[in-house]
Design a protein around this ligand. Sequence first.
Ligand code: FAD
Length: 389
Amino acid sequence: MDFQLSEEHRMIADLARRFVDDHLMPLEPAILEREASGRPPGLSVAERARIDQVSRELGLWGLDAPTDVGGVDLPAVALVAVNEALGRTITPYTLPPDSPNLRMLMATVTERQREAYLAPYVRGETISAMGISEPGAGSDPARMITRAERDGDDWVLQGRKIWISRAAEADFTIVMAVTRKSEAGGRNGVSAFLVDKGTPGFNVLRRIPMIGGGATYEIALEDCRVEGWKLLGTEGQGFAPMQVRLGTRRCEMAAWSIGMAQRALEMMVEFAPQRVTFGQPLSERQAIQWWVADAATRIHAARLMTYDCAWKLDQGRDVRQEISMIKAYATEMAWEVVDRAMQCFGAMGMTRELPLHLMANRLRTMRIFDGPTEVHKWVVARNLLGTRA
Ligand SMILES: Cc1cc2nc3c(=O)[nH]c(=O)nc-3n(C[C@H](O)[C@H](O)[C@H](O)COP(=O)(O)OP(=O)(O)OC[C@H]3O[C@@H](n4cnc5c(N)ncnc54)[C@H](O)[C@@H]3O)c2cc1C
């Protein structure tokens, strides 16, 4: 087992770090100011266009996309370093194209879908969303009841989706729906569909503001007609590529968490020697020393676990267990480290002038989406205890 990045991959990781330091970090004061004045803490159109241009010119687009559609085809191990770098900043920016749906498309597309969806996605010309969750099926997507029925060459979708990120803006949403009634409620019988923005019957019902300034959407699928060739993958076998997608996101989330925790630790390490209380710097207090030591230890553990998982993924091994472990461990670890950094800073840690509260908000949602912590622990435990059935 060797997690040493190759020379080429190390250069890309260094490039990503420099991109974050030189182009995303300088935007943080504006992001904090927007958030403190009640506006969404996102990038303006002009800022995004400029950042897109820079990241594209640096060759940071399509890092894990196949080379035949213009990507760099980096292994998962190299992406851990890139995502850790991105996790360090509160400036919300994803290097195009967003990896999880990319991976799902790569695992499923036909030639026609490759041309129409995958290639423009890799070029960064389109954005996508993913519709799995429903009012009655969140952690347990096998309970989904959105249906797709064949009608001639088309499919007609009926149902409701909720908590769907980017659904109103996305050029296309991958919608998961039950196609085989007899198997509804199980893992088989669920299929994936490419639903274009503006398709009649794909109705965005409401924007749901989430903590941290982001939003998700509730969608009604009402006689939503999708052409037959937009079925993604094999009919009734949508769960496996969906898991590829979720696994990719969970690896990213672990790496982002490590980046956030590392930055919070560095902030504590810089601040603690400077702040004197009762005649001694905070860095002399065992309580604070233990926060620092625990944070460093747990970050180290999370980083090794994440590289191990990514390495096994690159070897083509089954990493479902590791993915659940790193998703739960890294997000909870970073949540605690950021909370301790906020505590260490005292009142300053309670302001909207430091990046810590935005990290905390982000981590708070990350402990829920792509599977709540308790569900991932339950998955690990039931595999060990043999209680899966
Ligand atoms: C910011 C954000 C963005 C999201 N974006 C998307 C998106 O783009 N697309 C999409 O499809 N979905 C999205 N989701 C939905 C997300 O994936 C679900 O919220 C998540 O899977 C949990 O489902 P739920 O909210 O229905 O909670 P439930 O399934 O109702 O669970 C509630 C709580 O019960 C506990 N629990 C549940 N099951 C177990 C168990 N077996 N053992 C122990 N405890 C358990 C957990 O503590 C859990 O938090 C998003 C959610 C958030 C917060």
